[in-house]
Design a protein around this ligand. Structure first.
Ligand code: MTE
Length: 299
C-alpha cells in the first residue's frame, strides 16, 4: 500500500521548516520501518515549503512558450471542458472517451511528491490524483502490451508554441508497462485540492516521481498500449542528452551539467542546493524494476 513520506508541512507556507530529526520524531519509528521510509528526506537538510505561486508560476510547458512564466501567462485560454481522450492499441475497451466517463468513478487522493526536473531544480508538490494502474485496469490491458504511450493536445489557436518547430509536436512520452503499473505512478487532476491549473497540465497529466520531470506529460489526449518502445519527445529531439528511461540518477550527468545536486526552487536568490538521491529518493520502491539493467546505458 502507498504510504506518503512527505507531508503538507513540506509544501505549505504555514508548514514549519522541518529537519530530519524532527520529521523522524513526527512520524515515529514504526511508520518509518513499515512505510516508504524517508527516502526523499534522508538528508540533514531543511526542506523549503513550496507555495501555490511557485508550483503554478514556474513551469515547463513548451506548447505555451519556453519561458518559465509563459505557461502561467498563456495557458489560461485553453478550454479543458469538455476534454476527450483517445484510448487505443492493445486494450479491451478502446475508444474516444469524455474524460469524465474515463476517470469519473476513480477516487482521487493526495500524493505529496518531490518533483525533480532534469534542469537540476526541485519542488515538493501536493498532487491530487489516482494511480495510473486504475485507469489501465478500466480499459483492460491486453496480452502483448509492453509500453504505454501518451500524447498531449495540439491546440494551435491557444498554444503559441505549437506554431513553431521547438519540439516535434505533439509532445509524447512513454513508460514501460511495469513502470506504468507501479503504485507510485499517478495521473494528477488536482493540486492543493483544487483542479489542476492549465499551466500544470489540466485536465490530466502524468506524474512519475522517480523520473525527471519531463516524463510527466501534460494535458493528455491519447493513451495507447503498444508493443514497441514509444516515441518520447525529449529522447527523440536529443537522444544524447535525454534517454527513454529518464530515471533520476545523480551518478549519470547530463552531458552539459551535473545531476548530483538540485536547487530547491523558492529558497532564496540562488536557491539552496541539496544532494540528489537515486531514483529521486524512491529507490526502495522502484530500484527492483531496473535490476540487471545498465543504468548508464539506459539513462
Ligand atoms: N508536457 C508537455 N505537454 N509539454 C512540456 O513542455 N514539459 C515537461 C513536463 N511535461 C512539458 C510537459 C517538463 S521539462 C517538466 S520539468 C514538467 O512538465 C514541468 O511540470 P510543472 O510545470 O508542473 O512543474
Amino acid at each position: 500500500m502507498f504510504k506518503p513520506d512527505l507531508t503538507r508541512a513540506d509544501v505549505t507556507p504555514e508548514g514549519v521548516w522541518m529537519n530530519r530529526r524532527k520529521l523522524i520524531s513526527a512520524l515515529g519509528a514504526g511508520s518509518i520501518a513499515g512505510g516508504l521510509g524517508l527516502p526523499a528526506l534522508a538528508q540533514d537538510e531543511e526542506l523549503t515549503p513550496h507555495t501555490w505561486e511557485q508550483i503554478t508560476g514556474y513551469n515547463n510547458f513548451y506548447e505555451f512558450g519556453t519561458g518559465k512564466g509563459d505557461p502561467a501567462e498563456n495557458a489560461g485560454a485553453m478550454e479543458t471542458q469538455p476534454w476527450s481522450v483517445k484510448v487505443d492499441g492493445l486494450v479491451d475497451n478502446p475508444g474516444d472517451y469524455q474524460l469524465a466517463d474515463l476517470i469519473g468513478d476513480i477516487p482521487t487522493e493526495e500524493r505529496i511528491y518531490r518533483f525533480r526536473c532534469v534542469e537540476a531544480w526541485s519542488m515538493v508538490i501536493p498532487w491530487n490524483g489516482f494511480e495510473l494502474n486504475k485507469l489501465l485496469a478500466k480499459v483492460g490491458v491486453q496480452e502483448g502490451a509492453k509500453y504505454v504511450a501518451f500524447e498531449t493536445a495540439v491546440l494551435p489557436d491557444v498554444m503559441p508554441g505549437v506554431n513553431y518547430p521547438i519540439l516535434d509536436w505533439p509532445y509524447r512520452e512513454g513508460l514501460r508497462l511495469d513502470e506504468a503499473m507501479h503504485p507510485l505512478t499517478i495521473m494528477a487532476t488536482g493540486l492543493y485540492d483544487k483542479p489542476i491549473p492549465n499551466q500544470n497540465g489540466a485536465p490530466m497529466r502524468l506524474v512519475v516521481p522517480w523520473k525527471y520531470g519531463f516524463k510527466s506529460i501534460k494535458s493528455i489526449v491519447r493513451i495507447s498500449l503498444v508493443e514497441e518502445e514509444p516515441h518520447a519527445t525529449w529522447n527523440q529531439s536529443n537522444p544524447r542528452e535525454y534517454g527513454f528511461y529518464s530515471n533520476v540518477n545523480p551518478e549519470v550527468d547530463h552531458p552539459r551539467w551535473s545531476q548530483a545536486s538540485e536547487r530547491v526552487i523558492g529558497s532564496g536568490l540562488f536557491g539552496k542546493r541539496i544532494d540528489t538521491l537515486m531514483f529521486n529518493g524512491y529507490a526502495d520502491q522502484v530500484a527492483s524494476l531496473y535490476e540487471g539493467m545498465d543504468l548508464r546505458e539506459n539513462f
